[in-house]
Design a protein around this ligand. Sequence first.
Ligand SMILES: Cc1cc2nc3c(=O)[nH]c(=O)nc-3n(C[C@H](O)[C@H](O)[C@H](O)COP(=O)(O)OP(=O)(O)OC[C@H]3O[C@@H](n4cnc5c(N)ncnc54)[C@H](O)[C@@H]3O)c2cc1C
Length: 414
Amino acid sequence: MSRVLTEHSIDHIVLERGEVANSWRRERWDSLRLLTPNWLSRLPGHAYQGSDPDGYMAVPDIVSFIAGFAAATSAPVRAHTTVTAVRSLDDGYRVDTDHGEIRCRSLVLASGACNRARVPELQQAVPPAVQCLTTFSYRNPDQLSPGGVLIVGASATGVQLADEIHRSGRPVTLCVGEHVRLPRSYRGRDVLWWMEHSGVWNQRYDQIEDLERARRLPSPQLIGSPAHGTLDLNTLSLAGVELVGKLAAIRDGRALFSGGLANQFALADLKMERLLDTFDAWARDSGVDSDVGPLERFEPTRAPSPARLSLDLNDGAIRSIVWATGYRPDYHWLNIPVVTSKGELRHDGGVVSEAPGVYALGLPVLRRRKSTFIHGAEADARDLVQHLLGYLAGRGGGQLAEAARGARTHGVQD
Ligand SMILES: Cc1cc2nc3c(=O)[nH]c(=O)nc-3n(C[C@H](O)[C@H](O)[C@H](O)COP(=O)(O)OP(=O)(O)OC[C@H]3O[C@@H](n4cnc5c(N)ncnc54)[C@H](O)[C@@H]3O)c2cc1C
């Protein structure tokens, strides 16, 4: 956003409570790599220049990439400045920080979609002897007591941690709820090559039938590893990870799991097949069929038979629980009434209509399916700056880029 504002000579500052790329420096586990390939790591005018475009950046590389971008664009960042309150004034907003007060006409909330771990209430019923970690406190398996580990949640984070913790020699049980299955590569290309080139990722928020649902979709089961391998539930169960249903309750120290695992798996398999069909149709229609490999279909996810329905958390077999149950934003510092009772920002494609001049970036499916990915920020920022220019010119908000409205749609089913 800062780079696009600079292109339009709009005076601005960027407030950051830590350092540039703070979430990558402070809030990720040690072994994390991006699940997006290097060639997709793009910010406005700044792309990956290394020798491994198909590889996946480790955390130090991501930090250098983002910090390098901030330096190259001379972004006016005020680091170590925490926003503690935002209030509306007659002619704009007052932003309180731990280094004083700032007044501005317009405000962009780019504080992230993943500030806190989303942990279900039932965590309170976990017996005290069982160590609990979230994806914010987990760094590596050495933190865990020896013994069994229950991982709750099987999206990108959950499957990656299940794999790592299982490899550390600990027995792992993985609770699987609704999930999005994807192969790492399809017809000889990275699956995210297909997402990008087929236009699926570009699908706009106002062309999605059930937007609320699309915004709640879990992240895909993917890992970015040097081996470029698929990390789906079949891979994990073959390696020895025990799959159980969604954690439904903890009663008297017993974890109770939902039944119907086979149905859950069948649904995720079906959705994956529909997506692959979409890719195939695009390849056929756009004449790239001969540039990619032959059609592929994947083995259905194997359900354990019978799946375990409960587990005693008091008998010492499970020593730790890792809550990989998702993330949520944190707007406790926002004193304007634009946040729902569930803590979510009310906005229309990043325009916070109830607070003129306030915008948001980096939230799930903000303006496109790719909005929460690093390479998704640019197009959204360009659209929002068009609106912001109109607002600053006193027109109450400009037209959102018409060109973007013409973006191609595909019949993707969530
Ligand atoms: C585990 C995980 C893996 C991911 N993997 C990928 C991937 O493989 N590829 C990809 O493209 N994307 C990935 N993402 C998404 C990626 O994090 C986002 O695309 C990107 O970080 C969004 O950037 P952002 O600047 O919007 O938010 P953030 O990176 O969260 O940055 C928000 C910034 O705001 C600061 N801030 C928050 N509140 C305040 C305040 N009150 N005052 C001052 N500063 C504040 C924070 O310190 C932070 O630096 C992943 C996300 C997670 C959580």
